[in-house]
Design a protein around this ligand. Structure first.
Ligand SMILES: [Zn+2]
Length: 637
Protein backbone atom coordinates (compact mmCIF):
# COMPACT_ATOMS: atom_id res chain seq x y z
CA UNK A 1 0.00 0.00 0.00
CA UNK A 2 1.11 3.55 -0.44
CA UNK A 3 -0.17 6.05 2.02
CA UNK A 4 0.87 9.40 3.24
CA UNK A 5 1.24 10.42 6.83
CA UNK A 6 1.67 13.99 7.89
CA UNK A 7 4.64 13.32 10.09
CA UNK A 8 6.06 16.37 11.75
CA UNK A 9 8.76 14.66 13.74
CA UNK A 10 11.94 16.66 13.77
CA UNK A 11 15.25 16.33 15.46
CA UNK A 12 15.40 19.18 17.92
CA UNK A 13 18.66 18.32 19.59
CA UNK A 14 21.04 15.74 18.30
CA UNK A 15 22.47 13.65 21.09
CA UNK A 16 25.80 12.12 20.30
CA UNK A 17 26.07 8.47 21.20
CA UNK A 18 29.42 6.78 21.18
CA UNK A 19 28.67 3.10 21.07
CA UNK A 20 31.12 1.83 18.51
CA UNK A 21 32.11 -1.19 20.57
CA UNK A 22 28.62 -2.61 20.04
CA UNK A 23 29.19 -2.69 16.32
CA UNK A 24 32.50 -4.50 16.14
CA UNK A 25 32.78 -7.33 13.65
CA UNK A 26 32.48 -9.90 16.44
CA UNK A 27 28.86 -8.98 17.00
CA UNK A 28 26.67 -11.52 15.20
CA UNK A 29 23.09 -11.08 14.13
CA UNK A 30 20.64 -11.78 16.93
CA UNK A 31 18.16 -14.61 16.33
CA UNK A 32 15.09 -14.70 18.60
CA UNK A 33 14.83 -17.83 20.79
CA UNK A 34 11.70 -19.19 19.12
CA UNK A 35 13.37 -18.92 15.70
CA UNK A 36 16.55 -20.71 16.77
CA UNK A 37 14.31 -23.74 17.36
CA UNK A 38 12.91 -23.42 13.83
CA UNK A 39 16.38 -23.32 12.28
CA UNK A 40 17.43 -26.30 14.42
CA UNK A 41 14.39 -28.26 13.18
CA UNK A 42 15.62 -27.83 9.61
CA UNK A 43 12.68 -26.04 8.00
CA UNK A 44 15.17 -23.20 7.40
CA UNK A 45 18.93 -23.13 7.41
CA UNK A 46 21.72 -20.84 8.51
CA UNK A 47 23.04 -20.50 4.95
CA UNK A 48 19.77 -18.79 3.98
CA UNK A 49 18.33 -21.65 1.94
CA UNK A 50 14.97 -23.25 2.72
CA UNK A 51 15.86 -26.19 4.98
CA UNK A 52 15.50 -29.84 3.99
CA UNK A 53 12.31 -30.01 6.08
CA UNK A 54 10.70 -26.84 4.69
CA UNK A 55 6.95 -27.02 3.98
CA UNK A 56 4.16 -24.61 3.08
CA UNK A 57 0.43 -25.32 3.19
CA UNK A 58 -1.88 -24.26 0.35
CA UNK A 59 -5.49 -24.10 -0.73
CA UNK A 60 -7.58 -24.61 -3.87
CA UNK A 61 -10.69 -22.43 -4.11
CA UNK A 62 -13.67 -22.84 -6.44
CA UNK A 63 -15.87 -19.79 -5.94
CA UNK A 64 -19.20 -18.71 -7.42
CA UNK A 65 -20.18 -15.17 -6.50
CA UNK A 66 -22.87 -12.71 -7.50
CA UNK A 67 -22.57 -8.93 -7.17
CA UNK A 68 -25.51 -6.64 -6.46
CA UNK A 69 -23.90 -3.27 -7.23
CA UNK A 70 -26.64 -0.96 -6.03
CA UNK A 71 -26.82 -2.67 -2.63
CA UNK A 72 -23.02 -3.12 -2.46
CA UNK A 73 -23.48 -6.78 -1.62
CA UNK A 74 -21.58 -9.84 -2.81
CA UNK A 75 -23.00 -13.32 -2.17
CA UNK A 76 -20.67 -16.24 -2.56
CA UNK A 77 -20.32 -19.99 -2.35
CA UNK A 78 -16.91 -21.65 -2.15
CA UNK A 79 -15.65 -25.21 -2.34
CA UNK A 80 -12.27 -25.20 -0.68
CA UNK A 81 -9.61 -27.90 -0.48
CA UNK A 82 -6.99 -27.17 2.15
CA UNK A 83 -3.72 -29.11 1.93
CA UNK A 84 -1.81 -29.73 5.14
CA UNK A 85 1.84 -30.27 4.16
CA UNK A 86 3.03 -29.77 7.74
CA UNK A 87 4.16 -32.56 10.09
CA UNK A 88 1.37 -31.52 12.52
CA UNK A 89 -2.16 -32.83 12.93
CA UNK A 90 -4.46 -29.80 12.75
CA UNK A 91 -7.32 -30.00 15.23
CA UNK A 92 -8.69 -26.60 14.29
CA UNK A 93 -8.86 -24.38 11.26
CA UNK A 94 -8.68 -20.59 11.14
CA UNK A 95 -10.51 -18.50 8.53
CA UNK A 96 -10.20 -14.80 7.93
CA UNK A 97 -13.39 -12.82 7.49
CA UNK A 98 -11.65 -9.56 6.61
CA UNK A 99 -14.82 -7.49 6.29
CA UNK A 100 -15.55 -8.15 9.96
CA UNK A 101 -13.33 -5.08 10.24
CA UNK A 102 -16.63 -3.22 9.68
CA UNK A 103 -18.51 -5.22 12.31
CA UNK A 104 -19.99 -3.03 15.03
CA UNK A 105 -17.79 -3.11 18.12
CA UNK A 106 -14.71 -4.59 16.41
CA UNK A 107 -11.31 -2.95 16.80
CA UNK A 108 -10.02 -0.88 13.87
CA UNK A 109 -6.82 1.08 13.23
CA UNK A 110 -8.89 4.00 11.90
CA UNK A 111 -12.31 5.52 12.53
CA UNK A 112 -15.00 4.02 10.28
CA UNK A 113 -18.04 5.84 8.95
CA UNK A 114 -21.13 4.64 10.81
CA UNK A 115 -22.96 4.05 7.53
CA UNK A 116 -20.50 1.25 6.73
CA UNK A 117 -20.86 -0.63 10.03
CA UNK A 118 -22.46 -4.06 9.72
CA UNK A 119 -23.32 -7.12 11.78
CA UNK A 120 -20.29 -8.79 10.19
CA UNK A 121 -19.82 -11.16 7.29
CA UNK A 122 -22.94 -13.30 7.11
CA UNK A 123 -22.24 -17.04 7.02
CA UNK A 124 -25.13 -19.08 5.63
CA UNK A 125 -23.76 -22.62 5.54
CA UNK A 126 -20.51 -24.25 6.60
CA UNK A 127 -19.51 -27.81 5.92
CA UNK A 128 -16.10 -29.23 6.86
CA UNK A 129 -14.95 -32.70 5.87
CA UNK A 130 -18.49 -33.64 4.83
CA UNK A 131 -19.99 -32.56 8.13
CA UNK A 132 -22.26 -29.55 8.62
CA UNK A 133 -20.71 -27.34 11.29
CA UNK A 134 -23.03 -25.62 13.80
CA UNK A 135 -21.25 -22.30 13.33
CA UNK A 136 -23.23 -20.51 16.01
CA UNK A 137 -22.21 -23.06 18.67
CA UNK A 138 -19.50 -21.27 20.64
CA UNK A 139 -17.99 -24.51 21.91
CA UNK A 140 -17.11 -25.32 18.29
CA UNK A 141 -16.71 -21.94 16.66
CA UNK A 142 -14.88 -18.90 17.95
CA UNK A 143 -15.31 -15.61 16.17
CA UNK A 144 -12.94 -12.92 17.32
CA UNK A 145 -11.98 -9.75 15.48
CA UNK A 146 -11.64 -10.78 11.86
CA UNK A 147 -10.80 -14.40 12.71
CA UNK A 148 -13.31 -17.24 12.42
CA UNK A 149 -11.91 -20.29 14.16
CA UNK A 150 -13.44 -23.76 13.99
CA UNK A 151 -12.21 -25.75 16.98
CA UNK A 152 -12.36 -29.46 17.76
CA UNK A 153 -12.62 -30.61 14.15
CA UNK A 154 -14.38 -33.97 14.19
CA UNK A 155 -11.87 -35.15 11.59
CA UNK A 156 -8.52 -33.51 12.44
CA UNK A 157 -6.38 -32.82 9.38
CA UNK A 158 -3.52 -35.34 9.42
CA UNK A 159 -0.04 -34.44 8.09
CA UNK A 160 0.21 -34.68 4.27
CA UNK A 161 -3.55 -34.87 3.89
CA UNK A 162 -6.30 -32.49 2.84
CA UNK A 163 -9.79 -31.51 3.85
CA UNK A 164 -12.80 -30.26 1.87
CA UNK A 165 -14.75 -27.27 3.08
CA UNK A 166 -17.91 -25.71 1.68
CA UNK A 167 -19.06 -22.30 2.77
CA UNK A 168 -21.73 -19.82 1.70
CA UNK A 169 -21.48 -16.22 2.75
CA UNK A 170 -22.59 -12.69 2.08
CA UNK A 171 -20.52 -9.55 2.45
CA UNK A 172 -21.36 -5.85 2.32
CA UNK A 173 -18.83 -3.72 0.47
CA UNK A 174 -18.12 -0.45 2.34
CA UNK A 175 -19.02 2.76 0.57
CA UNK A 176 -17.52 5.45 2.80
CA UNK A 177 -14.67 3.82 4.75
CA UNK A 178 -12.90 2.17 1.88
CA UNK A 179 -9.80 0.45 3.16
CA UNK A 180 -8.02 -0.91 0.07
CA UNK A 181 -11.36 -1.67 -1.61
CA UNK A 182 -14.96 -0.57 -1.65
CA UNK A 183 -17.88 0.77 -3.64
CA UNK A 184 -16.74 3.91 -5.48
CA UNK A 185 -20.25 4.65 -6.69
CA UNK A 186 -23.45 2.65 -7.17
CA UNK A 187 -22.09 0.98 -10.28
CA UNK A 188 -18.34 0.70 -9.59
CA UNK A 189 -16.80 -1.59 -7.00
CA UNK A 190 -13.35 -2.92 -6.21
CA UNK A 191 -13.95 -6.12 -4.30
CA UNK A 192 -10.92 -7.24 -2.26
CA UNK A 193 -10.55 -8.94 1.14
CA UNK A 194 -13.92 -10.46 0.40
CA UNK A 195 -14.08 -14.26 0.69
CA UNK A 196 -13.57 -16.55 3.70
CA UNK A 197 -9.86 -17.26 3.42
CA UNK A 198 -7.97 -20.02 5.20
CA UNK A 199 -5.32 -18.31 7.34
CA UNK A 200 -1.65 -19.25 7.10
CA UNK A 201 -0.41 -22.14 9.22
CA UNK A 202 3.39 -21.97 9.19
CA UNK A 203 6.50 -23.44 10.79
CA UNK A 204 7.04 -20.31 12.92
CA UNK A 205 3.78 -19.40 14.65
CA UNK A 206 1.39 -22.20 13.68
CA UNK A 207 -1.94 -20.54 12.81
CA UNK A 208 -1.63 -16.84 12.07
CA UNK A 209 -4.26 -15.15 14.22
CA UNK A 210 -3.19 -11.53 13.88
CA UNK A 211 -6.35 -9.48 13.63
CA UNK A 212 -6.90 -7.41 10.49
CA UNK A 213 -7.40 -3.87 11.80
CA UNK A 214 -6.72 -2.05 8.54
CA UNK A 215 -3.03 -1.15 8.95
CA UNK A 216 -1.13 -4.38 8.29
CA UNK A 217 -1.78 -6.16 5.04
CA UNK A 218 -0.97 -9.53 3.50
CA UNK A 219 0.25 -12.84 4.79
CA UNK A 220 -1.05 -15.56 2.52
CA UNK A 221 -0.15 -19.00 1.24
CA UNK A 222 0.20 -19.55 -2.50
CA UNK A 223 -3.10 -20.92 -3.80
CA UNK A 224 -5.14 -21.78 -6.89
CA UNK A 225 -8.43 -20.09 -7.68
CA UNK A 226 -11.13 -21.02 -10.18
CA UNK A 227 -13.96 -18.53 -9.86
CA UNK A 228 -17.10 -17.15 -11.44
CA UNK A 229 -18.43 -13.63 -10.94
CA UNK A 230 -22.04 -12.93 -11.92
CA UNK A 231 -22.88 -9.27 -12.55
CA UNK A 232 -25.79 -7.38 -14.17
CA UNK A 233 -25.57 -6.92 -17.93
CA UNK A 234 -23.18 -4.25 -19.25
CA UNK A 235 -20.97 -4.58 -16.19
CA UNK A 236 -17.38 -5.41 -17.07
CA UNK A 237 -15.20 -7.46 -14.70
CA UNK A 238 -11.41 -7.15 -14.20
CA UNK A 239 -9.75 -9.58 -11.84
CA UNK A 240 -6.69 -11.41 -10.60
CA UNK A 241 -6.29 -14.19 -13.14
CA UNK A 242 -6.99 -15.06 -16.74
CA UNK A 243 -10.42 -14.83 -18.41
CA UNK A 244 -11.85 -18.23 -19.33
CA UNK A 245 -14.94 -17.12 -21.29
CA UNK A 246 -14.35 -13.51 -22.37
CA UNK A 247 -15.44 -14.25 -25.94
CA UNK A 248 -18.84 -15.34 -24.62
CA UNK A 249 -19.44 -12.35 -22.32
CA UNK A 250 -18.35 -9.25 -24.28
CA UNK A 251 -19.36 -8.05 -27.74
CA UNK A 252 -17.11 -9.31 -30.58
CA UNK A 253 -15.55 -5.90 -31.29
CA UNK A 254 -14.49 -5.59 -27.64
CA UNK A 255 -13.09 -9.10 -27.64
CA UNK A 256 -11.09 -8.42 -30.79
CA UNK A 257 -9.63 -5.18 -29.35
CA UNK A 258 -8.72 -7.12 -26.17
CA UNK A 259 -6.88 -9.71 -28.31
CA UNK A 260 -5.11 -6.90 -30.17
CA UNK A 261 -3.95 -5.32 -26.86
CA UNK A 262 -2.37 -8.64 -25.79
CA UNK A 263 0.18 -8.25 -28.61
CA UNK A 264 0.28 -4.47 -28.95
CA UNK A 265 3.18 -2.05 -28.39
CA UNK A 266 0.76 0.90 -28.40
CA UNK A 267 -2.27 1.57 -26.19
CA UNK A 268 -5.49 0.03 -27.53
CA UNK A 269 -8.80 1.49 -26.29
CA UNK A 270 -10.53 -1.82 -25.56
CA UNK A 271 -13.72 -0.17 -24.28
CA UNK A 272 -14.46 3.49 -25.04
CA UNK A 273 -17.29 5.86 -24.24
CA UNK A 274 -19.28 4.77 -27.31
CA UNK A 275 -19.13 1.16 -26.20
CA UNK A 276 -20.45 2.17 -22.79
CA UNK A 277 -23.39 3.93 -24.47
CA UNK A 278 -24.16 0.99 -26.77
CA UNK A 279 -23.76 -1.78 -24.21
CA UNK A 280 -20.75 -4.01 -23.72
CA UNK A 281 -21.90 -7.52 -22.82
CA UNK A 282 -23.62 -10.43 -24.54
CA UNK A 283 -26.45 -12.56 -23.19
CA UNK A 284 -29.27 -11.74 -20.78
CA UNK A 285 -29.77 -9.59 -17.72
CA UNK A 286 -27.01 -11.35 -15.81
CA UNK A 287 -23.61 -12.29 -17.12
CA UNK A 288 -21.21 -14.78 -15.54
CA UNK A 289 -17.50 -14.14 -16.00
CA UNK A 290 -15.19 -17.14 -15.52
CA UNK A 291 -11.62 -16.57 -14.32
CA UNK A 292 -8.68 -18.71 -13.22
CA UNK A 293 -5.67 -17.63 -11.18
CA UNK A 294 -2.96 -20.14 -10.38
CA UNK A 295 -0.18 -19.94 -7.84
CA UNK A 296 -1.25 -16.63 -6.33
CA UNK A 297 -1.68 -15.50 -2.72
CA UNK A 298 -5.08 -13.83 -3.17
CA UNK A 299 -7.75 -12.74 -5.67
CA UNK A 300 -9.76 -9.56 -6.10
CA UNK A 301 -11.97 -8.20 -8.81
CA UNK A 302 -13.47 -4.91 -9.88
CA UNK A 303 -16.67 -4.28 -11.77
CA UNK A 304 -18.26 -1.25 -13.40
CA UNK A 305 -20.68 -0.30 -16.16
CA UNK A 306 -19.14 3.13 -16.55
CA UNK A 307 -15.35 2.67 -16.84
CA UNK A 308 -13.32 2.81 -20.01
CA UNK A 309 -10.56 0.25 -20.61
CA UNK A 310 -7.07 0.74 -22.13
CA UNK A 311 -4.65 -2.12 -22.85
CA UNK A 312 -1.09 -2.54 -24.05
CA UNK A 313 1.39 -5.36 -23.59
CA UNK A 314 4.76 -5.54 -21.87
CA UNK A 315 7.70 -7.74 -22.86
CA UNK A 316 9.08 -9.55 -19.83
CA UNK A 317 11.94 -11.76 -21.04
CA UNK A 318 14.47 -12.28 -23.81
CA UNK A 319 12.13 -14.69 -25.60
CA UNK A 320 9.72 -11.77 -26.04
CA UNK A 321 6.96 -13.18 -23.78
CA UNK A 322 4.21 -10.62 -23.35
CA UNK A 323 1.81 -9.82 -20.53
CA UNK A 324 -1.21 -7.51 -20.72
CA UNK A 325 -0.91 -4.26 -18.80
CA UNK A 326 -4.22 -2.41 -18.71
CA UNK A 327 -5.89 0.53 -17.00
CA UNK A 328 -9.59 1.01 -16.21
CA UNK A 329 -10.98 4.40 -15.19
CA UNK A 330 -13.85 6.84 -15.54
CA UNK A 331 -14.06 8.56 -18.94
CA UNK A 332 -12.21 11.90 -19.13
CA UNK A 333 -10.11 11.17 -16.05
CA UNK A 334 -6.93 12.79 -17.34
CA UNK A 335 -4.66 11.41 -14.61
CA UNK A 336 -5.24 7.84 -15.78
CA UNK A 337 -4.68 8.38 -19.49
CA UNK A 338 -0.97 7.53 -19.18
CA UNK A 339 -1.43 4.70 -16.71
CA UNK A 340 -1.55 1.71 -19.09
CA UNK A 341 1.76 2.99 -20.54
CA UNK A 342 3.24 3.47 -17.04
CA UNK A 343 2.18 -0.09 -16.19
CA UNK A 344 3.89 -1.45 -19.31
CA UNK A 345 7.11 0.47 -18.61
CA UNK A 346 7.04 -0.63 -14.96
CA UNK A 347 6.58 -4.32 -15.73
CA UNK A 348 9.39 -4.13 -18.29
CA UNK A 349 11.90 -2.35 -16.04
CA UNK A 350 11.16 -4.62 -13.06
CA UNK A 351 11.65 -7.64 -15.33
CA UNK A 352 14.86 -6.37 -16.89
CA UNK A 353 16.66 -4.15 -14.37
CA UNK A 354 15.78 -4.40 -10.70
CA UNK A 355 15.04 -6.98 -9.46
CA UNK A 356 15.74 -8.26 -12.98
CA UNK A 357 13.40 -11.24 -12.61
CA UNK A 358 10.74 -11.69 -15.33
CA UNK A 359 7.32 -10.50 -14.13
CA UNK A 360 5.81 -13.74 -12.83
CA UNK A 361 2.09 -13.32 -13.69
CA UNK A 362 0.15 -13.18 -16.98
CA UNK A 363 -1.31 -9.68 -16.54
CA UNK A 364 -1.55 -6.44 -14.55
CA UNK A 365 -4.69 -4.29 -14.36
CA UNK A 366 -4.59 -0.84 -12.76
CA UNK A 367 -8.04 0.14 -11.48
CA UNK A 368 -8.81 3.77 -10.69
CA UNK A 369 -10.19 3.87 -7.17
CA UNK A 370 -9.95 6.77 -4.81
CA UNK A 371 -10.47 10.04 -6.68
CA UNK A 372 -9.89 12.27 -3.64
CA UNK A 373 -7.07 11.11 -1.42
CA UNK A 374 -4.57 9.37 -3.68
CA UNK A 375 -2.83 6.33 -2.21
CA UNK A 376 -2.82 2.91 -3.79
CA UNK A 377 -3.20 -0.76 -3.02
CA UNK A 378 -1.50 -3.77 -4.47
CA UNK A 379 -3.42 -6.89 -5.40
CA UNK A 380 -1.94 -9.88 -7.25
CA UNK A 381 -2.14 -9.01 -10.98
CA UNK A 382 -4.03 -5.79 -10.13
CA UNK A 383 -3.82 -2.58 -8.20
CA UNK A 384 -6.43 -0.19 -6.91
CA UNK A 385 -4.86 3.24 -7.26
CA UNK A 386 -5.90 6.76 -6.42
CA UNK A 387 -5.66 9.83 -8.58
CA UNK A 388 -2.66 12.20 -8.21
CA UNK A 389 -2.35 15.83 -9.22
CA UNK A 390 1.10 15.34 -10.82
CA UNK A 391 2.45 12.97 -13.47
CA UNK A 392 5.29 12.01 -11.13
CA UNK A 393 2.78 11.09 -8.40
CA UNK A 394 0.64 9.00 -10.76
CA UNK A 395 3.69 7.23 -12.21
CA UNK A 396 5.05 6.68 -8.69
CA UNK A 397 1.95 5.01 -7.30
CA UNK A 398 1.69 2.84 -10.44
CA UNK A 399 5.25 1.63 -10.10
CA UNK A 400 5.07 1.17 -6.34
CA UNK A 401 1.95 -1.01 -6.41
CA UNK A 402 3.13 -3.10 -9.37
CA UNK A 403 6.52 -3.59 -7.68
CA UNK A 404 4.64 -5.36 -4.88
CA UNK A 405 4.19 -8.24 -7.33
CA UNK A 406 7.61 -9.46 -6.16
CA UNK A 407 7.20 -8.59 -2.46
CA UNK A 408 4.87 -9.70 -0.82
CA UNK A 409 3.18 -11.80 -3.55
CA UNK A 410 5.81 -13.80 -5.48
CA UNK A 411 7.79 -13.99 -2.23
CA UNK A 412 5.16 -14.86 0.40
CA UNK A 413 6.22 -12.17 2.91
CA UNK A 414 4.48 -11.95 6.27
CA UNK A 415 3.66 -8.26 6.13
CA UNK A 416 1.87 -8.47 9.42
CA UNK A 417 5.27 -8.92 11.08
CA UNK A 418 7.83 -7.76 8.51
CA UNK A 419 6.32 -5.01 6.35
CA UNK A 420 9.81 -3.58 5.69
CA UNK A 421 10.46 -6.76 3.69
CA UNK A 422 7.80 -5.72 1.17
CA UNK A 423 7.04 -1.99 1.48
CA UNK A 424 10.78 -1.32 1.64
CA UNK A 425 11.42 -3.19 -1.63
CA UNK A 426 8.41 -1.61 -3.40
CA UNK A 427 9.74 1.82 -2.34
CA UNK A 428 13.31 0.88 -3.31
CA UNK A 429 12.42 -0.38 -6.81
CA UNK A 430 10.37 2.78 -7.38
CA UNK A 431 13.02 5.20 -6.08
CA UNK A 432 15.64 3.47 -8.20
CA UNK A 433 13.66 3.38 -11.46
CA UNK A 434 10.88 5.98 -11.48
CA UNK A 435 12.90 8.39 -13.63
CA UNK A 436 12.42 5.94 -16.50
CA UNK A 437 8.68 6.72 -16.36
CA UNK A 438 8.86 10.42 -15.48
CA UNK A 439 12.32 12.05 -15.66
CA UNK A 440 11.47 14.78 -13.12
CA UNK A 441 10.59 12.25 -10.37
CA UNK A 442 12.96 12.15 -7.38
CA UNK A 443 11.62 9.85 -4.70
CA UNK A 444 15.17 8.94 -3.73
CA UNK A 445 16.11 12.35 -2.36
CA UNK A 446 12.75 12.65 -0.56
CA UNK A 447 13.45 9.36 1.20
CA UNK A 448 17.06 10.25 2.04
CA UNK A 449 15.87 13.48 3.66
CA UNK A 450 13.07 11.71 5.51
CA UNK A 451 15.55 9.23 6.99
CA UNK A 452 17.92 12.01 8.04
CA UNK A 453 15.08 13.86 9.70
CA UNK A 454 13.34 10.97 11.44
CA UNK A 455 15.80 8.20 12.21
CA UNK A 456 16.71 8.17 15.89
CA UNK A 457 13.50 9.83 17.02
CA UNK A 458 11.38 8.16 19.69
CA UNK A 459 8.90 6.99 17.04
CA UNK A 460 11.65 5.32 15.03
CA UNK A 461 11.60 1.69 16.11
CA UNK A 462 14.07 -0.92 14.85
CA UNK A 463 12.75 -2.51 11.65
CA UNK A 464 12.79 -5.94 13.29
CA UNK A 465 9.90 -4.87 15.58
CA UNK A 466 6.84 -6.85 14.36
CA UNK A 467 4.92 -4.47 12.09
CA UNK A 468 1.63 -5.13 13.82
CA UNK A 469 3.14 -3.43 16.88
CA UNK A 470 4.51 -0.49 14.89
CA UNK A 471 1.50 1.41 13.66
CA UNK A 472 0.87 5.00 12.68
CA UNK A 473 4.00 7.13 12.21
CA UNK A 474 6.29 4.22 13.12
CA UNK A 475 4.80 2.11 10.35
CA UNK A 476 4.85 4.88 7.76
CA UNK A 477 8.52 5.60 8.37
CA UNK A 478 10.18 2.30 9.28
CA UNK A 479 8.54 0.10 6.67
CA UNK A 480 8.84 2.56 3.75
CA UNK A 481 11.62 5.17 3.46
CA UNK A 482 13.91 3.77 6.13
CA UNK A 483 13.77 0.24 4.69
CA UNK A 484 14.22 1.54 1.14
CA UNK A 485 17.25 3.64 2.08
CA UNK A 486 18.73 0.65 3.95
CA UNK A 487 18.56 -1.36 0.70
CA UNK A 488 20.29 1.45 -1.21
CA UNK A 489 23.04 1.49 1.44
CA UNK A 490 23.34 -2.30 1.25
CA UNK A 491 23.70 -2.02 -2.54
CA UNK A 492 26.46 0.51 -2.04
CA UNK A 493 28.13 -1.61 0.64
CA UNK A 494 28.53 -4.73 -1.50
CA UNK A 495 28.45 -3.17 -4.98
CA UNK A 496 25.70 -3.10 -7.63
CA UNK A 497 26.56 -6.37 -9.30
CA UNK A 498 26.89 -8.47 -6.16
CA UNK A 499 23.77 -6.85 -4.69
CA UNK A 500 21.74 -7.89 -7.74
CA UNK A 501 23.16 -11.40 -7.61
CA UNK A 502 22.23 -11.72 -3.90
CA UNK A 503 18.75 -10.28 -4.48
CA UNK A 504 18.05 -12.59 -7.42
CA UNK A 505 19.27 -15.61 -5.48
CA UNK A 506 17.07 -14.61 -2.51
CA UNK A 507 14.08 -14.44 -4.90
CA UNK A 508 15.11 -17.71 -6.53
CA UNK A 509 15.33 -19.49 -3.18
CA UNK A 510 12.22 -18.10 -1.53
CA UNK A 511 9.57 -17.38 -4.16
CA UNK A 512 6.40 -19.31 -3.38
CA UNK A 513 7.53 -19.64 0.25
CA UNK A 514 7.50 -17.56 3.44
CA UNK A 515 10.96 -16.04 4.01
CA UNK A 516 11.85 -14.56 7.40
CA UNK A 517 14.19 -11.58 7.85
CA UNK A 518 16.94 -14.06 8.79
CA UNK A 519 16.45 -15.95 5.51
CA UNK A 520 17.12 -12.63 3.78
CA UNK A 521 20.16 -11.81 5.97
CA UNK A 522 21.64 -15.31 5.67
CA UNK A 523 21.13 -15.49 1.89
CA UNK A 524 22.96 -12.20 1.40
CA UNK A 525 25.75 -13.41 3.74
CA UNK A 526 25.95 -16.70 1.87
CA UNK A 527 25.93 -15.36 -1.69
CA UNK A 528 28.22 -12.40 -0.98
CA UNK A 529 30.51 -14.68 1.08
CA UNK A 530 30.63 -11.94 3.72
CA UNK A 531 29.37 -11.67 7.27
CA UNK A 532 27.23 -8.57 6.90
CA UNK A 533 26.19 -8.42 10.55
CA UNK A 534 28.09 -5.10 10.80
CA UNK A 535 25.37 -3.79 8.46
CA UNK A 536 22.30 -5.79 9.62
CA UNK A 537 22.65 -4.84 13.28
CA UNK A 538 22.61 -1.04 13.08
CA UNK A 539 20.12 -0.87 10.21
CA UNK A 540 17.56 -3.46 11.39
CA UNK A 541 18.08 -4.27 15.08
CA UNK A 542 19.38 -1.22 16.91
CA UNK A 543 18.09 2.19 17.82
CA UNK A 544 20.19 4.98 16.41
CA UNK A 545 20.82 7.18 13.42
CA UNK A 546 23.36 8.11 10.75
CA UNK A 547 25.54 11.17 11.25
CA UNK A 548 28.76 11.99 9.43
CA UNK A 549 31.03 14.91 10.21
CA UNK A 550 33.53 16.53 7.86
CA UNK A 551 36.11 16.94 10.58
CA UNK A 552 39.11 18.28 8.79
CA UNK A 553 40.43 19.25 5.35
CA UNK A 554 44.21 19.39 5.33
CA UNK A 555 45.49 21.21 2.27
CA UNK A 556 48.69 19.85 0.81
CA UNK A 557 50.54 19.97 -2.48
CA UNK A 558 48.31 18.75 -5.29
CA UNK A 559 45.16 18.35 -3.18
CA UNK A 560 43.95 17.69 0.34
CA UNK A 561 43.38 15.01 2.94
CA UNK A 562 39.75 15.00 4.07
CA UNK A 563 38.89 13.40 7.41
CA UNK A 564 35.33 12.16 7.88
CA UNK A 565 34.13 11.02 11.26
CA UNK A 566 31.18 8.69 11.79
CA UNK A 567 29.45 9.77 14.98
CA UNK A 568 26.11 8.07 14.31
CA UNK A 569 25.96 4.31 14.82
CA UNK A 570 24.20 3.66 11.48
CA UNK A 571 26.66 3.19 8.59
CA UNK A 572 26.08 5.23 5.43
CA UNK A 573 28.05 5.95 2.30
CA UNK A 574 30.45 8.88 2.29
CA UNK A 575 29.19 11.28 -0.35
CA UNK A 576 30.81 14.68 -0.26
CA UNK A 577 30.82 17.78 -2.42
CA UNK A 578 34.06 19.73 -2.66
CA UNK A 579 33.48 23.34 -3.72
CA UNK A 580 36.38 25.20 -5.28
CA UNK A 581 37.20 28.90 -5.19
CA UNK A 582 36.14 29.19 -8.85
CA UNK A 583 32.66 27.91 -7.79
CA UNK A 584 33.03 24.57 -9.56
CA UNK A 585 32.29 21.42 -7.54
CA UNK A 586 33.45 17.85 -7.40
CA UNK A 587 31.58 14.82 -6.01
CA UNK A 588 33.47 12.38 -3.81
CA UNK A 589 32.14 8.90 -3.04
CA UNK A 590 33.28 6.11 -0.74
CA UNK A 591 31.34 2.92 -0.15
CA UNK A 592 29.44 2.22 3.10
CA UNK A 593 31.81 -0.74 3.46
CA UNK A 594 34.58 1.55 4.79
CA UNK A 595 32.79 1.22 8.17
CA UNK A 596 32.67 -2.58 8.27
CA UNK A 597 35.69 -2.95 10.52
CA UNK A 598 34.06 -0.80 13.19
CA UNK A 599 36.31 2.18 12.48
CA UNK A 600 34.86 5.63 13.11
CA UNK A 601 37.18 7.72 11.01
CA UNK A 602 38.01 7.68 7.31
CA UNK A 603 40.67 9.67 5.49
CA UNK A 604 40.12 10.53 1.83
CA UNK A 605 42.81 11.83 -0.49
CA UNK A 606 41.49 14.44 -2.92
CA UNK A 607 43.74 15.18 -5.85
CA UNK A 608 43.27 18.65 -7.29
CA UNK A 609 45.23 21.71 -8.33
CA UNK A 610 42.31 24.01 -7.59
CA UNK A 611 41.86 26.05 -4.44
CA UNK A 612 39.36 24.27 -2.15
CA UNK A 613 36.73 26.52 -0.53
CA UNK A 614 34.80 23.92 1.47
CA UNK A 615 33.88 20.25 1.69
CA UNK A 616 30.37 19.15 2.72
CA UNK A 617 28.25 16.02 3.11
CA UNK A 618 25.96 15.68 0.07
CA UNK A 619 22.58 15.73 1.81
CA UNK A 620 20.80 14.60 -1.36
CA UNK A 621 22.66 11.29 -1.34
CA UNK A 622 23.30 10.55 2.34
CA UNK A 623 20.77 10.58 5.18
CA UNK A 624 22.25 12.66 7.97
CA UNK A 625 20.75 13.56 11.33
CA UNK A 626 22.68 16.67 12.23
CA UNK A 627 23.43 18.98 9.33
CA UNK A 628 25.27 21.54 11.48
CA UNK A 629 28.50 19.50 11.30
CA UNK A 630 28.30 18.64 7.61
CA UNK A 631 30.50 21.38 6.11
CA UNK A 632 34.15 22.19 6.67
CA UNK A 633 35.24 25.65 5.51
CA UNK A 634 38.89 25.80 4.49
CA UNK A 635 40.54 28.81 6.09
CA UNK A 636 42.82 30.86 3.90
CA UNK A 637 46.36 31.20 5.25
ZN1 LIG B 1 3.17 -0.52 -0.71
Amino acid sequence: MLKYFSISLRVITAVVIATTTLFSQDFKTFIPKNLVKIYEKGTRSYDGKPGPNYWINHTDYKIQAEVFPKDHIVNGHAQITYYNESPDTLKQIVFRLYQDIMKKGNARDFPANEKDLTDGVKIDTLNIGGESVPFKDQSRVYRSGTNFIIRNLSKPIAPKSNINIEISWSVTIPKESRVRMGAYNDSTLCVSYWYPQVAVYDDVDGWDRINYGGDVEFYNDINNYDFEITVPKNYLVWATGVYQNLEKVVKPEIFSRYKEALESDGVVRIVGEDDLKNGTTLGGDKVTWKIKAEHVPDISFATSNGYIWDGISAIVDEKGSRVLTDAVYPPKQKAFENVAGYAKATVETLSKNLPGVPYPYPKMTVFSGDQTYGGGMEIPMMCNNGVYPTKEGQAGVTMHEIAHTYFPFFMGINERKYAWMDEGWATFFTSAQLKELEPAADEYTDNIKSVGRQMGNEWDTPAITPSVAARGPMYGFTEYPKASVSYFMLKDAIGDELFKKCLQEYINRWNGKHPLPWDFFFTFNDVSKQDLSWFWNPWYFDHGYPDLVVKDVKIKKGGATITVEKIGNVPVSIDLIATYADSTTENIHKSVSVWKTGSIEEKIELKTNKEIKNVAVNEKLVPDTDNKNNMFEVKKN
